[in-house]
Design a protein around this ligand. Structure first.
Ligand SMILES: Cc1cc2nc3c(=O)[nH]c(=O)nc-3n(C[C@H](O)[C@H](O)[C@H](O)COP(=O)(O)O)c2cc1C
Length: 146
């Protein structure tokens, strides 16, 4: 069993809901998951002790939410190299946030990324719940392989 940390930045709850569904997908596969709002990550010490990290933000004004930007500077010092990673977020039309988070985790933190960010308009529409569960299961199989 691995330990997974999911951190989300969400204004109206959509990204939080996606994070909780990803957590369910991971738990189905037997992993221990904590889902925390980004404001709870105050230093790199809050990021220590996990095997995988899944970071999510909604997109506002063409980018990620400010608190997630700050969190990524904290995460830079947390030694996440080679840890399993994924990124997600709710969006309306352009969805830059999950892509930028994913790219930072891959290129700066040098993490072992799951393949693609998960971008959903809503967890309640168009198979969103299932896609979020599947993303959790995909992360779980990467943890089993690593
Ligand atoms: C003022 C405002 C600006 C937004 N800007 C964007 C944007 O640039 N690109 C995009 O894809 N969605 C944009 N959205 C849509 C949000 O990403 C979408 O409502 C999302 O579900 C919010 O997620 P949350 O509930 O986790 O905060 C915007 C929404 C608002 C209210």
């Amino acid at each position: 069993m691995s330990k997974v940390l999911i951190v989300f930045a969400s204004r109206t709850g959509e990204t939080e809901a996606i994070g909780n569904l990803i957590a369910e997908g991971l738990r189905f596969s037997g992993h221990e998951v904590s889902v925390v709002p980004v404001k709870e990550i105050k230093s790199d010490k809050d990021l220590i002790g996990y095997d995988a990290y899944v970071l999510g933000s909604a997109t506002y004004h063409g980018g990620m939410m400010e608190k997630m930007k700050t969190m990524l500077f904290i995460a830079e010092k947390a030694g996440l190299e080679n840890k399993v990673g994924g990124a997600f977020g709710a969006f309306g039309w352009s969805g830059e946030a999950p892509e930028r988070i994913y790219d930072t985790m891959e290129n700066i933190f040098k993490m072992d990324m799951v393949g693609d960010p998960l971008m959903l308009k809503s967890s309640k529409l168009g198979g969103g719940m299932q896609m979020a569960h599947e993303y959790g299961k995909k992360l779980a199989s990467k943890l089993t392989d690593s």
